[in-house]
Design a protein. Structure first.
Length: 279
């Protein structure tokens, strides 16, 4: 059984016919041909809906073009706002860094006023891997008068000691390093002890204080300073505040914890005391 062929009339041909009719109508409107009036009426019935449709299509495209322009304008404005936001975030970051730096510089000034030892300021330029500034480098060396075993200050007190020196830089071992032992004493009682670095314990913000006399009457919050009999540390430099002092298993000594007064997560500037402890 044969299928009926479906007739289709291309849209472009329909548009051509309608265009010819439009032109023809315009020409006839200027003539006195008897049937022109009737033809114009018939053509009007056909073309007016088409014209309205074309107007609607034109209006649709016009609206789309306006929407596109508005979208492009919004996108450009959005990009500009993003750039402004990035700039503000960068400026805010710089201000925060400058605030931290200013805080440390103020602390250094306070330290300089607190301790009468001769000092030189230095900037921290490097550190060993890890979260803590346990071993770090400064931008002052032998050319600036820095020597091994000079004490280093930061924050509100003792940061560490110089362990090696080159011409223009030096290396400092912080008191929190596992190999550090600082001879100390309690400001309130003058009882002697040792402050031992402990990087694992430092994750709680504390290091160890050991070898306290069993008879020493020590309370939480007492301050620890470098002792007068320390072999390498000058006397009277603040180390930190003690807590949880208990009698050891040997029943001869006490031990506990000390919270350092230096922020060993953020070191930017230090003071190096250029006077060494006399042996």
């Amino acid at each position: 059984m044969k299928r009926k062929t479906k007739f289709s009339f291309p849209a472009k041909y329909l548009l051509m016919i309608l265009s010819v009719l439009c032109v023809g109508t315009c020409i006839l409107s200027f003539t006195n041909v008897p049937f022109a009036a009737n033809l114009k009426d018939v053509t009007g019935y056909v073309l007016i809906p088409v014209q309205k449709g074309l107007n609607q299509v034109g209006l649709w495209f016009s609206n789309k073009a306006d929407n596109l322009k508005e979208l492009q304008s919004v996108m450009a404005e959005n990009q500009e706002l993003k750039e402004q936001l990035n700039q503000l975030m960068e400026e805010n970051s710089n201000l925060a860094q400058e605030k931290t730096e200013l805080k440390q510089l103020r602390e250094l000034y306070h330290l300089d006023q607190t301790y009468e030892y001769p000092k030189i300021a230095a900037k921290v330029i490097g550190k060993d891997p890890g979260n803590w500034f346990r071993i770090f480098q400064i931008d002052k060396g032998s050319e600036d008068g820095i020597e091994v075993d000079m004490n280093v200050l930061s924050g509100n007190g003792l940061a560490g000691i110089v362990t090696s020196v080159s011409e223009h830089t030096a290396t400092v071992r912080a008191i929190i390093d596992d190999s550090s032992i600082v001879g100390a004493q309690f400001s309130a009682t003058s009882d002697l002890c040792n402050v031992a670095g402990d990087l694992t314990l430092m994750n709680t913000g504390k290091i160890r204080v050991e070898d306290i006399s069993k008879e020493a009457e020590i309370e939480d919050g007492y301050t620890l300073v470098t002792s007068t009999i320390s072999s390498k540390y000058l006397p009277g430099i603040l180390i930190g505040y003690v807590s949880d002092i208990k009698i050891d298993a040997n029943n001869l000594t006490k031990s506990g914890y000390v919270t350092p007064v230096v922020d060993f997560e953020r070191l930017q500037y230090v003071l190096v005391i250029t006077q060494r402890k006399e042996q």
